[in-house]
Design a protein around this ligand. Structure first.
Ligand code: SD4
Length: 332
């Protein structure tokens, strides 16, 4: 399953959007260097994009590309919000959430996965080898074990020390926006990565260890289709980062893609979703960061957040990457 490279290049999906979706304007003719190929959240997305681009150039599929990209921060010990080295829940368990999706309705996800670094690869296996879209907790770990993924302790000494420090004052209350204290040791966030082939095909992945010191069993937006990620043929793809509860409440990625389906640009669609959260939640999101990143079927990119400081990495069809700041509702 997934998109084969042959499918991706050979089946011009432009104009053949799935039944039930609005028919968008014909795909722009260009598949040129100014058309984004891979986009991802935050500065560290640049390294992920490089891996995704390399996988694509080596003949991989779009799914291969986004998986390869997502694996980079998953293996990065210095990233405390994704994979190995991620901060644990309040009981000291590192639990991972991930989703991967193509533009043909194939999706796989895991939530609350413990003991396996590459949650995105387990999610892909759910997509490729089961009739399901999500496995959680012990069942997800059992599946990973049965599929031959190597298990390991994901709690690094550094993450454990941060957790023990947090415990001193935490009073066991989840701190909703603790991951968004930019410039601190918590200065890393979820990666959402979206890829588009020159003929307008799309895929995406999103992987995270979730909110630091969350309640045990908490699942954020990231692994939920339509919240942390959505990919729709002939329309575009969107991903989210920040306080997952705020994204989940509005089915954020689905909202962004829906807006693009109705004709909004990727940028306007991301902004609309952010404005909706702020209108809906008011004071409750006064200090919260939520950000959306989207790419449309023509490769145009949009990114918008509540607070300033959200950046994203764009890699074009020639492999050139730039990291840039997103627009934000609030000023610094
Ligand atoms: C979550 N959205 O679990 C993720 C975490 C994140 O910035 O993106 N943090 O809520």
């Amino acid at each position: 399953m997934g998109i084969s490279r042959r499918d991706t290049l050979g089946l011009a999906l432009a104009g053949t959007v799935a039944a039930g979706t609005a028919r968008a304007a014909p795909l722009a003719a260009s598949s040129t260097a100014d058309t984004a190929l891979v986009v991802s959240t935050w500065d560290f997305g640049a390294a992920a994009n490089a891996a995704a681009y390399a996988a694509w150039k080596a003949g991989g599929t779009l799914i291969d590309a986004v998986e390869a990209g997502a694996k980079v921060p998953e293996a990065d010990l210095s990233n405390h919000s994704v994979g190995l080295g991620g901060y644990p829940d309040r009981d000291g368990h590192v639990t991972l959430d991930a989703i991967i999706m193509d533009d043909r309705g194939h999706a796989g996800a895991v939530a609350g996965l413990e003991g396996y670094v590459h949650a995105i690869s387990v999610a892909r296996r759910v997509m490729d080898r089961t009739p399901h879209t999500m496995l959680v907790g012990e069942g997800a770990a059992q599946f990973a074990r049965e599929q031959g993924f190597p298990s390991q302790n994901l709690l690094t000494p550094e993450a454990e020390a941060a957790w023990r420090e947090w415990l001193k004052k935490a009073e066991y209350k989840p701190v909703a926006n603790i991951e968004n204290q930019r410039g601190t040791a918590l200065d890393h966030d979820t990666i959402g990565i979206l890829a588009r082939s020159p003929d307008g095909r799309l895929a995406g992945a999103c992987t995270t260890s979730g909110m630091a010191f969350k309640l045990r069993g908490r699942v954020g937006d990231s692994p939920q289709a339509g919240c942390g990620l959505l990919v729709e043929p002939g329309v575009g793809a969107a991903t989210a980062t920040g306080v997952g509860e705020e994204v989940t409440r509005i089915a954020g990625a689905a909202r962004v893609v829906g807006s693009m389906r109705m004709g909004m640009s990727a940028m306007a669609a991301c902004r609309e979703a952010v404005e909706h959260i702020v209108a809906l939640r008011g004071e409750a999101v006064k200090d919260a960061q939520v950000a959306f990143l989207a790419i449309d079927r023509n490769g145009k990119v949009g990114a918008f957040s509540i607070l300033p400081g959200f950046t994203y990495a764009v890699t074009d069809a020639n492999g050139r990457t730039r990291v840039q700041p997103a627009g934000s509702l609030r000023r610094a």
